[in-house]
Design a protein around this ligand. Structure first.
Ligand SMILES: Cc1ncc(COP(=O)(O)O)c(C=O)c1O
Length: 502
């Protein structure tokens, strides 16, 4: 029988590019690409990952099941995946300057939430006691959050949790209050790290409290891991037993998580096994399984080798000397922005920042974070609302606004005058005649200016009465927008210094 090498019709779809097979999805991706590059992405938990990382993450590795650990898999054909995972682990330890005799790492968690729940599973028994920074004070859901009415997250459903908080005067972590409550609560685990805390941590003080109760100390450095790798912030590894992180925030990798665990010390001698077992099979299993974690449904699809490849690439980048310069720029941009805002009389949580984010308390302006977030959207500037300490509002209408840094530094060359550079994306120069300008320099900033101009023109048209061009925007919001543009928002322009605008 004659053999044919022709590709059967049913397989042709395997080799055609996305744009040909599915123009609808391609078009959505194109629109999102344009949104990301024409606007300014200033969400503190997001970043722009590298092309190399995206290539690895979109590679043929996506075809492979690799349940288990290197050299102990449940499927055959994993020799290259094993090599990849071992390389990724090695790079993770190198990126954070860790001695492999003292530290190990599991690179399989899908996300920060799953990494955290796996870490809790490894460290605690059900109903053991833990303490984490309260969500309203900047902590994360997965650090034991609950409300008076509801245990919101797996970390409070399966464990007893008592939050610690901030000093109401300074908005800094109240380490003394924490130590005092720990004496009553006697936690088995202390969690530090946050989603919206602009200052560095005193890990030594936390270790002291943990030691008083024979407790584990875990740092969730999801937000700051890129800055910690660059040694721009205090080192949690010097004090903690376990460190978790996401890989897609300041670390600039694909969307996933890592769990670092200590291998030395009596208490930690079987931690490697406990962490590995907690990740798989305790928390991540076969692809039909769905878990409810931290109030969101997470569908698990086993360890993803393509993501591990992306993490490995990102970690290589985070180990280069240029990474330090990047991290320095992130911190300096955020610091410059904070300084300028404070100079202008605005209120920031803690009065400034040590890291990549600025938490702006909008309450004195009579604004909510959700409104200003929408105004930002209209201007092509993507920001996010967040609770600020003492906020009585629900999260969706929180009064704070978490501001930039990682992407801004990822894109633009540092300019002279850090304050100006840091503020350029945020403070669009808006005048009553509809002219919109941003400080020049980076191509992206110019694009952002154009995008902002288009949006703002519509808003201003409406402000002038007859134009009513912005159909989708609710009237009430538009009224707010106009007020903001005419009031505080425009006043911010002076931060940029009018003379410097081009
Ligand atoms: C401190 C902290 N931990 C964990 C997470 C959860 O990460 P993921 O969204 O990857 O589940 C976040 C995410 O926002 C975070 O800020």
């Amino acid at each position: 029988m004659a053999s044919s090498t022709a590709t059967p019709d049913f397989n042709k779809a395997l080799y055609a590019p996305l744009g040909e097979i599915d123009p609808e999805v391609q078009n959505i991706i194109d629109k999102e690409t344009w949104r990301q590059y024409s606007g300014l992405e200033l969400i503190a938990s997001e970043n722009l990952t590298s092309r190399a990382t995206m290539e690895a993450n979109g590679s043929i590795l996506t075809n492979k099941y690799s349940e288990g650990l290197p050299n102990a898999r449940y499927y055959g054909g994993n020799e290259w995946i094993d090599e990849l995972e071992l390389l990724c682990r090695k790079r993770a330890l190198e990126a954070f300057h860790l001695d492999p005799a003292q530290w190990g790492v599991n690179v399989q968690p899908y996300s920060g939430s799953t990494a955290n729940f796996a870490a809790l599973t490894a460290l605690l028994q059900p109903q053991d006691r833990l303490m984490g920074l309260g969500l309203p004070d900047g902590g994360h859901l997965t650090h034991g959050y609950y409300t008076a009415k509801k245990k919101m997250t797996a970390s409070s459903i399966y464990f007893q949790s008592l939050p610690y908080g901030l000093d109401p005067q300074t908005q800094l972590i109240d380490y003394e209050g924490l130590a005092k409550h720990a004496r009553l609560f006697k936690p088995r685990l202390l969690i530090c790290g946050a989603s919206a805390y602009p200052r560095d941590w005193d890990y030594a003080a936390l270790r002291k409290t943990a030691d008083e109760h024979g407790a584990y100390l875990m740092a969730d450095i999801a937000h700051t891991s890129g800055l910690i790798a660059a040694q721009e912030l205090n080192d949690p590894f010097a004090y903690c037993d376990v460190v978790t992180t996401t890989t897609h925030k300041t670390l600039r990798g694909p969307r996933a998580g890592l769990i670092f665990f200590r291998k030395d010390g009596e208490k930690n001698k079987d931690l490697e096994k406990r962490v590995n077992d907690a990740v798989f099979p305790a928390c991540q299993a076969a692809h039909t399984t769905t878990y409810v974690l931290s109030s969101s449904v997470v569908s698990t699809v086993l360890t993803a080798p393509q993501t591990i490849a992306g993490i490995a690439v990102a970690l290589l980048q985070a180990s280069q000397p240029s990474w330090k310069a990047y991290a320095k720029q992130v911190v300096s941009n955020a610091g410059a922005l904070a300084d300028e805002l404070v100079k202008e009389g605005y209120k920031l949580q803690t009065g400034g920042t040590d890291n990549h984010l600025v938490l702006w308390d909008l309450r004195p302006l009579g604004l909510t974070g959700s409104k200003v977030e929408k105004v930002g959207d209209l201007l092509g500037i993507t920001i996010n609302k967040n609770a600020v300490s003492g906020d009585t509002n629900a999260r969706g209408r929180a009064h704070g606004r978490a501001l930039p840094a990682p992407q801004r530094a990822a894109r633009a060359a540092p300019a002279e005058g850090g304050g100006l550079e840091a503020a350029e994306g945020l403070f669009v120069h808006a005048e009553r005649d509809g002219e919109v300008r941003v400080t020049g320099g980076a191509r992206e900033a110019q694009c952002a200016g154009r995008a902002a101009a288009a949006h703002l023109e519509q808003v201003l048209l409406l402000a002038d009465g007859p134009g009513a061009a912005v159909g989708e925007v609710p009237d009430a919001l538009l009224d707010e927008v106009v007020d903001i543009l005419e009031g505080e928002w425009v006043r911010l322009n002076s931060i940029c210094g009018t003379g410097a605008l081009t």
